[in-house]
Design a binder for this molecule. Structure first.
Ligand code: HEM
Length: 347
């Protein structure tokens, strides 16, 4: 026999329970930060799985779009492993879309960066549509390149969203540093663009079996040379920026971000040369695609970390805490000062 506690009995259905939990979760600032970070990672993941589709020659594993084949939404046995690989990548779009949808819901409920979250969310169906056009144009290499570059743009948007909702603080630095940080990001973008053209002229067309796929008819070795030259410029500009962070005694966090960027650039450069001389083995190309995302993220992070010192703001005035915006830390220490680093750092 049950004991009557006198409390009214509240019967909640599992569905209501779930909705209540979801509602509480999406109104938490921590959840929004985590979702925004998950959005960045999910988009990096889909770049790599998209690469796997190309590198296993599964680009036309599902020969049409939006259905997989003329008669079926999902791959049939006849389409074999390539059909399964292509379809898995298509399905992953829904996972990425769900993460971005939850991020948007949280941002909207908290009235924080909802517009940016909406742009990120809207880019997923746009990317899916572009993927469909890629299939329907038999893997046109220019569209394959655009497909990759759109992902890098989405990664940039989601990183900015994560940066803002996490309330990271920018460090005010002199204009020379800003010019170098912006140049680094621009050259990194150019390296990515040229890299996609190298890939479009190279042997990994995405589906070599039926001979349908056309390529970019430019010299692969010439393009790879141009790509490597752009990488040299990128490393040079980044080292220049790093040297400036020491010369101006910028906060440790900026120096660290500079070192991280140089590190990933050197590793990615070494990987690039290795894959080139080994005639682009698929596994190394996949790692190179992941490395490209990491270089991009590191360059953008450095860019987000700094902002121009306000016009007419003296270093002495800028040391006042009220001079800083909520997202801003000010570099206040004169370049000549010695001793431990007491200048502002951003998290
Ligand atoms: C910061 C350094 C580098 C970055 C960010 C970078 C980025 C990229 C990107 C985005 C792609 C296109 C990926 C795709 O669409 O599949 C690519 C392809 C390629 N990269 Fe790099 N790269 C770097 C360094 C290098 C270097 C130093 C070499 C040496 C020659 C190199 C050789 C190649 C080759 C051969 C391809 C074509 C691979 C294929 O056939 O699919 N990369 N790179």
């Amino acid at each position: 026999m049950g004991v009557d506690t006198g409390a009214p009995s509240v019967v909640t259905s599992p569905r209501r329970n779930l909705a209540a939990r979801l509602s509480a979760w999406t109104s938490s600032a921590l959840a929004l930060r985590r979702l925004a970070l998950a959005s960045v990672l999910a988009n990096v993941l889909i770049v790599v799985t998209g690469g796997a589709v190309r590198l296993t020659n599964s680009g036309l594993g599902c020969p049409t779009w939006p259905s997989c084949s003329g008669s079926s939404l999902v791959p049939t046995r006849k389409l074999g492993i390539n059909g399964a690989i292509e379809f898995t990548n298509r399905t992953l779009t829904f996972v990425v879309g769900t993460v971005l949808l939850l991020t948007f819901i949280a941002a909207w409920r908290q009235r924080r960066e909802a517009r940016l979250a909406a742009v990120a969310l809207a880019s997923i169906p746009a990317q899916a549509l572009l993927g469909g056009i890629v299939v329907r144009t038999d893997l046109n290499p220019w569209l394959v390149a655009t497909h990759f570059l759109l992902s890098t743009a989405i990664i940039a948007v989601t990183l900015l969203l994560w940066w803002r909702v996490s309330e990271h603080r920018a460090v005010q630095i002199p204009s020379a540093g800003i010019v170098l940080a912006r140049s680094t990001a621009c050259v990194a973008g150019a390296v990515l663009v040229i890299g996609t053209v190298v890939a479009g002229s190279g042997p990994h067309a995405g589906d070599l079996k039926n001979g349908k796929v056309h390529r970019i008819h430019l010299s692969t070795s010439g393009l790879a040379q141009l790509h490597a030259d752009a990488v040299m410029v990128l490393i040079g500009v980044t080292i220049g920026l790093l040297a400036l962070t020491y010369a101006l005694r910028l906060p440790t966090v900026v120096r660290q971000a500079g070192w991280v960027l140089v590190g990933v650039e050197l590793a990615q450069g070494a990987l690039g040369y290795t894959q080139y001389f080994l005639h682009v083995p698929a596994l190394l190309v996949a790692l190179h695609m992941l490395g490209a995302c990491l270089v991009w993220l590191a360059a953008l992070r450095l860019l987000l970390l700094v902002e121009p010192r306000a016009v007419g703001q003296s270093q002495a005035a800028s040391s006042l805490p009220q001079a800083a915006s909520p997202r801003t830390e000010v570099v206040a220490r004169p370049a000549t000062e010695s001793g431990p680093d007491r200048s502002a750092t951003a998290s």
